[in-house]
Every structure is written in structure tokens, then in C-alpha cells.
Design a protein around this ligand. Sequence first.
Ligand code: MG
Length: 396
Amino acid sequence: MPRTIALIVAAGRGHRVGGALPKQYQSIGARSVLRCTLEQFSGHPAIEAVQVVIAASDRVLYDAQTAGLVLRPAAVGGPTRQRSVLNGLEALTDDPPAIVVIHDAVRPLVSPSIISRTVDAVACRLVDGAVACLPVTDTLKRIEGERIAGTVDRQGLWRAQTPQAFRFEPLLAAHRAAAGLGDSEDTALTDDVTVAERAGLEIAMVEGEERNFKITTADDLERARREAAPRPETRIGTGFDVHAFGPGDSVTLAGITIPHVRGLVGHSDADVALHALTDALLGAIAAGDIGLHFPPSDPQWRGVASERFLRHAVSLVAHEGGRIVNVDLTLICEQPRIGPYREQMRARIAGILGITPSRVGIKATTTEKLGFTGRSEGIAVQAVASVEMPVSRESS
Ligand code: MG
């Protein structure tokens, strides 16, 4: 793969979004627009390094928002986008890359695949550049004054986005030549393909994405926030546990003490139901098992109420941003009878989990006198839990 550097243009001062900060420094979710964009490029396997062009007055903001990212030292922009890009290109001339891929900082929802398509087109085809484009789907009207003056044939018309990838040397030459002609706010070229076209470079089109839209207005910023928001997904975890009967006059099951002719043997209070449920919750967030968090070899858990283990699993789920949707337990034993305690158990578990009892299932069954549960040597419990987790699109 030819050496490729991303050049992110973040020097704009667009005022249409409103707010105290330039739009690239405003937040969408937990990160700024700029940081979302930079992370897409700095994490991309085809990109060796990222060069950003910023406004000199944004230096403090920029440093704060890019903490922890590995980036080339930022270049300072010029009075127009075209000049800002040229400054960014000049910053790369010490050790020029083969390909430069230019992207607007204010298109934060750029996908890894659109970056790949654009870079690959230049790396693998006999063209000087490639631009992500979308077809025009609306009917186009030419307006004069406030009246329709005609309909524009949209055949062959496309909307150019960024990323735009180019062979570095010809693009640098094209930009230097364009700068030599002089530019003002009015005459400056609005994208790099326009600069390249003027220099006679051959540019290919690759497929753009609607999601890769440019944030120009406050509505666009809201749309980016909506689209970047994590989507919930449902996770399932299962748990299974067994404890043997031993000396005693009661058992603790699902946090309820039930009189019985024997007790359950275990390091803690041997609440086999809460142990299985704890494992189900840990399983739903792939956080290991109860023995990992509370080793049986550790004397501090001797005789402890198993509610403590379950509360720990609940806090881990909450820490991951998860929400417990429902849990369901099957208690497998000949004795004691579970039915009379079912509602108490549901209420107890619901209280610990912070959900309503309608989301807690308790079922009891026997094994028809077969096996260790059938011989009343112990109790087995299986549990299942479903948890809704926020997942960002990038990590999904
Ligand atoms: Mg256990």
C-alpha cells in the first residue's frame, strides 16, 4: 500500500450552526465533531499519519480535544479553505506521502469503508484522484428572483463529498499553481477536486454515503448527534449452580430463608439461586463468573449473604451502561416446595436488581426422582438474564 496521509481541514469558522464554539469543536455525544473525525482516520489501517489544519485562534481548544491522539503537529490555516489545504500540503513536503486523502472535519460520520474506497481507487487505478459522490435525487430548479426559471436536467449530476484522495505531488503542484493565480473569499475553490480539475488531473468517482453529510447548520448538528448516539442491543447471559444438602434446619433460596429439614452446604450462605443469577448477569456483560470476583478460597466471603455477590454484578452492569430487562430462574429440587415462596422470591430479587417483579420469573421443577436432585442430595438452579447495552456503531 502506498504511504497515505490524511489531511483534515478544521480551520473553518462557519457561523450558521450558532453556539459559542466553531462547529468542529462542538460535541456530538461524548466527543467533539473534530475528535470523531480524527479517530476515524487515525484508526484506519490504510492511513499512516493524520495532519490537521486549524485556525491559529483555536489552538487551545484543539490541544484539549485531541489529547491522547497521535497526530502530526497541526498546521495553521489560511483565509480560504483552498489556502488552508495548501498550508496542510506544504506541511507534508519534508517527507511527502504517495497519497493524501483530504477530508472536512465537519463530516464526523465518515465510515472506514468510504475512506478505503477513496484511497484504494487512487492506489489501484490509473487516476490522479478519487472523490466520494452521491447522485442527485431531488429535482433541480433554477430560480430567478422568486420565480422558477427552469428545471435542470439532473442526468449526470452528482454531489461531491469528502474524502477526496489524490496522488500527493500532482495535487501539491495544482494547489501551488492555483494559489499563484490569487484567490479571495469569492473566487476560492470550494473543494480539492476543483483545484485538481483545473490542473487537468484525472479524477475518479467512488460511492459516497448519505451518513457522511457535512455539518453546516444547527439541524445538521442535531442530526449528527442523533445518528452518533449509541443504539441499544440486547445481551443474554446464563448461569447454573448446584449446592449439596447438609446439616441444618433451613435453606436460603433467592434471598428468602425457608425452613427445611436440612441446610445447604457452601462457603457463603449457599444461596444457589442467587449464585446462578449472579453468573447470568456477569455472563450477559462477559465479565467472568462469580468465582472470579469472589474466590471461594478467600475467607472474607465465609457465611456472607449472597445478595452481596448479586449486588456487585448489578453494579457492574450499571457501570457498563447496561439495563437489566428481565431475569428467569428455574429451581430444580424435590424439596423444599418452592410455590409458597415464589412471590416473596420475585419481590426480593426485583428489589436487589432494581426492576419490577413482573421482570423476574421464578419456576420450580423436579427431575422425577432421577439424579442427585431426584435423590434430594442437593438443589440445582439455572438462570438467564437479558441486559440492554448501549453499543456505538463503530464498535458493533
Ligand atoms: Mg454457588
